[in-house]
Write a protein that binds this ligand. Structure first.
Ligand code: DX5
Ligand code: ZN
Length: 224
């Protein structure tokens, strides 16, 4: 079973983002997860499509953008043009989220839904044919470095069961507070893609951090 590991660059050194991406690729990361925050849907403010486009030439690994932003429809084409192969939106932030997913696909990218800890899984049931990724948030969106919310494990299991029954093409992804010590539980519960932010930028270096995460992921597969 192949489970992918993505890097949230919230914890990177933003003054040298291009080099950070090159190092992540050399260290074996599977994809980059760009956390866009609009200072409205969440209190934090990060970056937009121009930042992502400027970094695209530094790596060939896939880009996924996680839009923690209101009413993204008018901006979706810009994120795809910036080089994002996959675009995830938050359903609570859209009046017409089905329409946002349609725009993403028409622009040529894969579409996904990110569910906050307090957003029920039922929110995505009618959208399964329109997405390839179902992201179960394991922290409340807004900041990196938060603690993994353990009570999300049954939700990951339920997400896994839902897609197994109704949409086997959909990947269940987890994001928030994932570390070598807890990622096995998330994988065992059904995660098939894992986002890691602060866990990848510690003093041990990216290669060691990625190896530790992949080892944790592998041990979760054994018990899956
Ligand atoms: C939270 C973001 C996550 C998170 C990942 O708002 O969507 O991507 O920052 O970073 P860590 O692994 O530090 O929680
Ligand atoms: Zn994220």
């Amino acid at each position: 079973m192949s489970i992918t590991l993505g890097a949230s660059i919230l914890a990177a050194d933003w003054s040298r983002m291009g080099a950070e991406l090159e190092e992540l690729e050399s260290a074996g990361i599977d994809y980059i997860h760009w956390d866009v925050m609009d200072n409205r849907y969440v209190p934090n403010l990060t970056f937009g499509w121009d930042m992502i486009a400027a970094c695209r030439k530094h790596t060939t690994v896939p880009f996924e953008v996680h839009l923690m932003a209101h009413e993204t429809e008018r901006d979706l084409a810009k994120y795809v043009a910036a080089g994002c192969e996959r675009v995830l939106v938050q359903p609570e932030a859209h009046v017409h989220v089905h329409n946002a997913l349609r725009v993403i696909r028409e622009e040529g990218a894969e579409a996904g839904i990110a569910l906050n800890p307090g957003t029920p899984l039922s929110m995505v049931e009618d959208l399964l044919p329109d997405i390839t990724t179902l992201l179960v948030m394991t922290v409340n969106p807004g900041f990196g470095g938060q603690a993994f919310i353990e009570t999300m494990l049954p939700k990951i299991e339920a997400a896994r069961a839902l897609v197994a029954e109704r949409a086997p093409h959909v990947t269940v992804e987890v994001d928030g507070g994932l570390k070598p010590g807890n990622v096995a539980a998330a994988v065992s519960a059904g995660a098939r893609a894992v986002v890691c932010g602060s866990g990848l930028f510690g003093p041990e270096g990216k290669a060691a951090a990625i190896a530790a995460m992949k080892s944790g992921i592998a041990s979760g597969i054994v018990t899956a």
